[in-house]
Design a protein around this ligand. Structure first.
Ligand code: OOB
Length: 543
C-alpha cells in the first residue's frame, strides 16, 4: 500500500510550529478535550439525534472499536460517503480514533468517482448511508465491491441489507484502541475540484488542517454559544473547515446538520436551533435572499452568512445585510489549502466587493503573469500560494504535482486575482478549464472523455457559460457522426455513465466542425475559449 504523506521542508515546519500554528493537536485529542471541558454541552444536532460532546466522543470510540473488530487496521483508507446526518461526525471521529483514514466523497458521486477514489486511495472500507434523496447506496456499494474487490468492508448507516449496519458493529470491548496519531501524519484525503481529468486526492495532516479551522473559528468569532448550520454537503472543504463543522466543534459550538440547503428545510432549523452562522454557495444565497422576506420562520438569530465556493457578485452581496439582517462574510478557499475571509468588522465596501484576505500571516501569496513574473500591484494575475495549511503535493500523482506546484513549493491555484492595497483578493476569473457550477467544480476534460465514448459523437468540447442562477453552466459543443443523436438523448445517455449528476452537461450544441489553424489543430484550451466566445457573441447578436 502506498504510504500517505504530506511533507513541508524542515525549516518551514519548524517555523509553523514555533509560531504556534501547528500545536501538536489531533482530531481525537481536541474532541477529548472538549468532551472533558463541556461534557453536557450540545455538540451535534441532526435528524432525531441530539448529542452532547461526551456522547459524541463515546459514540466515536464505540465506532472505532467496532471497525477494528470488523477487520480494518490502523492506516487503512475508508471512503466515507454520507449526507448531512449526525453520524457523519460520529463516524469520522470514530475513524480518527481508530487511526483509519477517511476519504471524503460527496453524496452526489457515483460508481465512476467512487471506484476512482477507492483505487487511488487503495481503500479497504466504504461507509455509506442506506439511502438518501431516493438513491440506494447499498446497490452502489455492491457494484463498487465487484469492481474493486480490495474494498472488503462496507458499513451502512441505517438498514445494512447485505452489509454490516453501523449500529450492529461488534462492541469490541476487548480491543485496545491505538495511540493517538502523530499530528504531522495525514489525517484524511480530501477530493480536489479537478480541472484536468479525474479528481486528485489531497492529503491533509492533523497539524495543518486543525490550524486552518481553529484560526477560521477565531476569525468567525465562534464561542460555545454559537450555533453553526451545515447547509452545504459537509464533505466539502467549506462547510467542513471554514470554519465548518470542525471549526465549530473545536470552539465548543453546536453543529446543526441540515439534510438540504433549501430555505424550506434550513429556515425552520435556524428558527428552532437559534442558528448564528452558516455558509452557502452564491446560487443558494440568492434563493435565501428571495425566500427570506416572506418566510414565517424567525431568522433573527442569524449573525453571519458566509458565501463562497464561487464568485458572489457585488450587487447580490449588497443585499445580504438589508434582507437578512446579518453580516456577510465572503469566503474564497480551496480544498488544497489557502482560505481567504472578509473579516466580520470590515467596512461594508470591502465585504461586498472583495473575496477577503488569507487566514494566516504566513500564507504567502504571489500574483504572477503567464511568464511567471509578478504583475504590478493592483493588476490581475495568476494566484500562487504556499503556507502552513496549503499542501505541497497530491497523493500519488506525479503528473499533477509537476503541473500544480512550483519547484519551491507554491501551489498554482488556477485562479486569476487582483490584490487591493490592503491585501484583499478580488477573484477575476481563472486560467484553468473547469466549470464552477454552483460551487461544484467540473473538469471539461473528464466530461469530454465521456462524450467521446458515445457512437454518435465525433468530437466534443465542454465549456462554461454564464448562468443567471448557477453562476456557470456546462455546455458541450459536439460534432456528431453517423446518426446524429438528439441533445436530450445524449444527456440521458450521460446519466447512465455512473457519474455525479451535476456533471451531465446542462446544454448540448451541435456544430459541424471545430476551427483549426493553418498549422494544425489549436490547443483544447484555445478551442474551448473560442467556442465559448463565438457562442456568446452569437447569443448577444440575437438579443
Ligand atoms: C472551495 O473549494 P474547492 O476546492 O471546491 O474549489 C476551489 C476553487 C477556487 O480555486 C476558486 O476557483 C473557486 O473554487 N472559488 C471561488 C470562491 N471560492 C472558491 N471563486 C470565486 N469566489 C469565491 N469566493 O470552493 C472552498 C473551499 C474552502 C472555503 C470556501 C470554498
Amino acid at each position: 500500500m502506498k504510504p500517505l504523506s504530506q511533507v513541508w521542508p524542515d525549516d518551514f515546519a519548524a517555523r509553523y510550529r514555533a509560531k504556534g500554528y501547528w500545536r501538536g493537536e489531533t482530531f481525537s485529542s481536541f474532541l477529548r478535550a472538549r468532551a472533558a471541558e463541556l461534557p453536557d454541552h450540545l455538540a451535534v444536532v441532526g435528524g432525531e439525534h441530539r448529542w452532547t460532546f461526551a456522547e459524541l466522543e463515546a459514540r466515536a470510540e464505540n465506532i472505532a472499536r467496532g471497525l477494528l473488530v470488523l477487520g480494518l487496521n490502523p492506516g487503512d483508507r475508508v471512503v466515507v460517503q454520507l449526507p448531512n446526518i449526525a453520524e457523519f461526525l460520529s463516524v469520522v471521529f470514530g475513524l480518527f480514533r481508530a487511526r483509519l483514514i477517511p476519504v471524503y466523497a460527496l453524496p452526489a458521486h457515483r460508481i465512476v468517482e467512487i471506484t476512482h477514489f477507492a483505487h487511488t486511495a487503495e481503500a479497504r472500507g466504504y461507509l455509506i448511508a442506506a439511502s438518501h434523496d431516493g438513491f440506494d447506496y447499498r446497490t452502489l456499494a455492491q457494484e463498487v465491491r465487484e469492481q474493486v474487490p480490495a474494498v472488503e468492508h462496507v458499513v451502512v448507516v441505517g438498514e445494512g441489507g447485505p452489509f454490516t449496519a453501523l449500529d450492529a458493529l461488534p462492541a469490541g470491548r476487548e480491543i485496545a484502541l491505538p495511540e493517538d496519531a502523530d499530528p504531522s501524519e495525514v489525517a484524511f484525503l480530501q477530493i480536489s475540484g479537478g480541472s484536468t481529468g479525474l479528481s486528485k486526492l489531497i492529503p491533509r495532516t492533523h497539524d495543518d488542517y486543525i490550524y486552518s479551522f481553529r484560526a477560521s473559528a477565531e476569525i468567525c468569532k465562534l464561542t460555545p454559544e454559537s450555533v453553526y448550520l451545515a447547509a452545504l454537503p459537509v464533505a466539502h472543504n467549506f462547510p467542513m473547515s471554514s470554519p465548518g463543522v470542525f471549526g465549530a466543534l473545536y470552539a465548543g459550538s453546536r453543529v446543526v446538520l441540515s439534510p438540504s440547503p433549501s430555505p424550506e428545510v434550513a429556515f425552520p432549523l435556524i428558527a428552532r436551533e437559534g442558528v448564528t452562522i452558516t455558509g452557502l454557495v452564491p446560487p443558494l444565497a440568492l434563493l435565501w435572499l428571495q425566500a427570506a422576506p416572506s418566510t414565517a420562520h424567525d431568522l433573527s438569530s442569524l449573525q453571519v452568512l458566509q458565501v463562497g465556493g464561487a464568485k458572489f457578485l457585488t450587487e447580490s452581496a449588497r443585499r445580504v445585510k438589508p434582507v437578512l439582517g446579518c453580516t456577510l462574510q465572503q469566503v474564497f478557499g480551496m480544498a488544497e489549502g489557502l482560505v481567504n475571509y472578509t473579516r466580520l468588522d470590515d467596512d461594508e465596501e470591502s465585504i461586498v466587493s472583495t473575496q477577503g484576505r488569507p487566514i494566516s500571516p504566513d500564507d504567502e501569496v504571489l500574483i504572477l503573469d503567464d511568464e511567471g513574473n509578478p504583475v504590478p500591484e493592483g493588476e490581475a494575475g495568476n494566484l500562487l500560494t504556499r503556507g502552513p495549511y496549503t499542501i505541497r503535493a497530491y497523493h500519488n500523482d506525479d503528473g499533477a504535482n509537476a503541473r500544480s506546484f512550483t519547484p519551491d513549493g507554491f501551489y498554482r491555484t488556477g485562479d486569476v486575482v487582483k490584490r487591493t492595497p490592503d491585501g484583499y483578493l478580488v477573484v477575476q476569473g481563472r486560467a484553468t478549464d473547469h466549470i464552477n457550477r454552483a460551487g461544484e467544480k467540473i473538469s471539461a476534460e473528464e466530461i469530454e472523455d465521456h462524450l467521446l465514448a458515445h457512437p454518435g459523437v465525433f468530437d466534443a468540447a465542454v465549456v462554461s457559460l454564464p448562468d443567471e442562477f448557477l453562476g456557470e453552466r456546462s455546455c458541450a459543443f459536439v460534432i456528431p457522426q453517423g446518426e446524429k443523436p438528439k441533445a436530450a438523448a445524449l444527456k440521458a445517455w450521460m446519466r447512465t455513465r455512473g457519474l455525479a449528476d451535476f456533471k451531465v452537461p446542462d446544454q448540448v450544441v451541435f456544430v459541424d466542425a471545430f476551427e483549426t489553424t493553418a498549422v494544425g489543430k489549436v490547443s483544447r484550451k484555445e478551442l474551448r475559449a473560442s467556442l465559448r466566445r463565438r457562442f456568446l457573441e452569437a447569443a448577444e447578436a440575437e438579443k
